[in-house]
Write a new protein. Structure first.
Length: 181
């Protein structure tokens, strides 16, 4: 009697694990996702909530076996702008808004002395009111996400160039004698 009770107890404890371990097989080619989910609902008694019109626009090709409904749904939605939440026993599938990647604009160039062609290190360059200082080779670069049109100017020691090496004569100023008070 004790042996039968022990066997029954082990059997009852293992039933949930056996039932949860049921394989979920999916095999289809170019099938609309909404139709596939309806088929899976009927075959495996899964519950879904989704926008039928939205999911009809996604075709799925898959031939796999899954150990859980979660891994099945994740595989079906992989690479699509869709996500899901489980509410109770219902898989709620919804669109995920993908933010557009901001376009990046790069401006780079070199400031050179006009007559000798020598780089002008530490020259000041202004691009869209953003101050820059050239490196030892007179080079600079500036990245922005705002616009592809730039206002630029170089400060006395050189001239700004975009992809070219423009040259300029050095600028010098003679200061008159100054008297301090």
């Amino acid at each position: 009697m004790l042996q039968k009770t022990g066997f029954l107890l082990v059997f009852l404890l293992l039933i949930p694990f056996v039932l949860k371990g049921q394989p979920y097989e999916v095999s289809c080619k170019e099938r609309p996702l909404n139709k596939l989910l309806v088929e899976l609902r009927e075959r495996y008694d899964l519950h879904f909530s989704f926008d039928d019109g939205l999911l009809s626009g996604y075709s799925i090709t898959i031939d796999e076996t899954f150990s859980s409904p979660e891994t099945l749904v994740e595989a079906l939605l992989a690479g699509l702008p869709l996500s899901y939440e489980i509410t109770g026993e219902v898989f709620v599938i919804f669109p995920v808004e993908i933010s557009p990647r901001r376009k990046e604009y790069l401006v780079k160039g070199q400031v050179l002395e006009r007559s000798s062609g020598e780089p002008l290190p530490f020259s000041h360059v202004l691009i869209d009111d953003h101050p820059l200082v050239t490196d030892l080779k007179g080079a600079f670069s500036y990245t922005t996400f705002n616009d592809s049109l730039f206002k630029s100017k170089s400060i006395p020691s050189g001239v700004l160039c975009f992809g070219h090496n423009f040259k300029r004569r050095p600028v010098s100023y003679t200061l008159s004698d100054t008297v301090g008070l």
